[in-house]
Unconditional design. Sequence first.
Length: 360
Amino acid sequence: MSMHILRHAAPLVVWPLAILTVCVTILPLWNTNEWWVRAMGFPRVQILVASLFLMIGALFLNRPARWVILLAMVGVCSYQVWRVYPYTPLASPEMAFAEPAPDAVRVITANVQMGNTRYQDVIETINRYDPDILLLLETDATWLAELKPMLSRYPTIVRQPQSNYYGLVFATRLPVDEARVIQLTNDRTPSLFARLRSPDGQPFHFLGLHPRPPIPGEDTNDRDRQIYAAAKFAESDDMPVVAMGDFNDVAWSETSQTFRRVGGYLDPRIGRGFYASFDASRWFLRFPLDQFYATPDIAVVSIERLDHVGSDHFPMAATFRVDPGLAARLNIQPRPLTEEDRDLIDDLDLESAETLVRER
């Protein structure tokens, strides 16, 4: 009796879900900045899991529907696996970890969530990790007041409190040649630009980003413009660069992959795991939105996702060394830019990026 019910109910459930799964797999291939299309590129792991369950559901269908659904789900699975595979331990890392050393730089970036009141949890996490560079996002005036005693131990602090969920605080104990807030777009989402020196005097650039996510009313034009600005800056600069922050974009998106390719950035998560940082409260809806990228002349010692601090994001931490010689032995070299890549750089509408490059 139960098998009879399953066979009658399966088409009513499997067919609509299978069509939906195929659509959310195909639509992100569309070259558009529409928020609802770009958002479909986030849940690739979730779509992969859903397609596996739909394969099981297809077994309760009659032929030929069974084979149509099975073949469609095999195609969905294969494509989604191909997109996320580099961020699994099955892939080869492109950055081998370096040994800790006195010249290592520790950094934390955390979207603290403006309405989050677990201030002490954030402070304790920072105290425990004791970063040389600290980038906190979504900080308003209340957060700044709560953080003031902890921040006082940093000689350089850049504050940009905002009540629109896009404030930031940057603090460092490293020698600073320059540190300032920059506006890469006109949507009140500030970024951080700094020219720093490691403990042994090696110069490098640090970029902190927090563009807007693809949500109703927010297409990805400005988000992508900020991310591409960081790519264009690294491509045009001969100094080591580290880029971190809440990119509001998944590591496997077309935007992120273009950013890596054009900027020549490497990603220490490749070959190690997703390091999914959002949503901290719902394990089934987690995506790698908080990013760490470095140019090939940076040697990474470690990268980790830290404990929950009440925010909808987990803090992310990394340790690296600005040692081009060591990095050359540990890191793969990015592929040379193709003519198509160079045309893309030239065609990008990035007036702010041009300004950043000109004023650095």
